[in-house]
Design a protein around this ligand. Structure first.
Ligand code: FAD
Length: 218
């Protein structure tokens, strides 16, 4: 399946991340945590599909993607960054990326937080955020996607970890997890770059957890 959709609006989120709100085709539905492949509807880019997560809710009249652009090479995300309102994207079938299976611990690195945006928006709307906790790791505070939004939805249940800022550098390592996690039998949801997901998943397994993980970047 393939649908051509117009960009309704673009909003800057951080120095390299934007929200793209696009038309929602009739009958197009998804669950929080699901994704689709997106291409830019221009001659040389039509066949360059990349996976992106829906960050809005299914009930919204439009779709939203929240996309980090890699401006250091001429890929799809760099070209998305130059698009304007009215430009077109091609979206495809919806597929599961990561799904909510009950209250637990969410661990995200950078743009890996996008499936959790949709999941927490839904939980917040349904008044079910309680008993969930989010650990969101970034290089610096300038990289944090939707800081205010997560604070509003999660209150003191969101923890921001900064790995490259000032002299207060933190990492989600074994010691961090042992200090901050009270119950390793709850569900764990991890999403982020390859190395982070692999490292944290291995530690969690060692500590008795069964993490659900999604790799975003190699
Ligand atoms: C299920 C799923 C859902 C996703 N959802 C989102 C989302 O909601 N939001 C989001 O921002 N991302 C998301 N991603 C990640 C996103 O798909 C990638 O960032 C995107 O495909 C990169 O496309 P590109 O053409 O710009 O880069 P590509 O050229 O495809 O490169 C991919 C990666 O390789 C690196 N790379 C490759 N070539 C070079 C080069 N020459 N110089 C430097 N670096 C290079 C880049 O760092 C990049 O991470 C998701 C990934 C998956 C698997």
């Amino acid at each position: 399946m393939e649908d051509i959709v117009k960009i309704i609006s673009i909003e800057r989120v951080t120095h390299d991340v934007k929200h793209y709100r696009v038309e929602k085709p009739k009958g197009y539905t998804f669950q929080p945590g699901q994704a689709t492949e997106v291409a830019i509807n221009k001659a040389q880019w039509k066949d360059e599909r990349r996976p992106f997560t829906f960050t809005g809710l299914n009930e919204w009249p439009h779709l939203e993607f929240t996309i980090k652009s890699y401006r250091d090479h001429d890929g799809v995300t760099n070209n998305l960054d130059n698009l304007k309102q009215g430009d077109e994207l091609i979206i495809h079938d919806v597929w599961g990326a990561i799904s909510y299976n009950g209250p637990g611990y969410f661990i995200a690195g950078g743009a890996g937080v996008t499936p959790f945006i949709a999941i927490f928006r839904q939980l917040y709307k349904d008044n079910l955020v309680e008993d969930n906790e989010l650990f969101f790791s970034n290089k610096t505070s300038a990289d944090i996607i939707m800081k205010d939004g997560f604070e509003k939805m999660l209150g003191d249940k969101v923890h921001f970890i900064l790995t490259q800022e000032g002299n207060k550098k933190e990492y989600i390592d074994k010691a961090y997890l042992q200090t901050h996690i009270k119950n390793f039998s709850k569900p764990f949801y991890i999403c982020g770059p390859d190395k982070m997901v692999e490292g944290i998943s291995n530690i969690l397994k060692e500590l008795g957890a069964k993490p659900e993980a999604l790799v975003f970047e190699k």
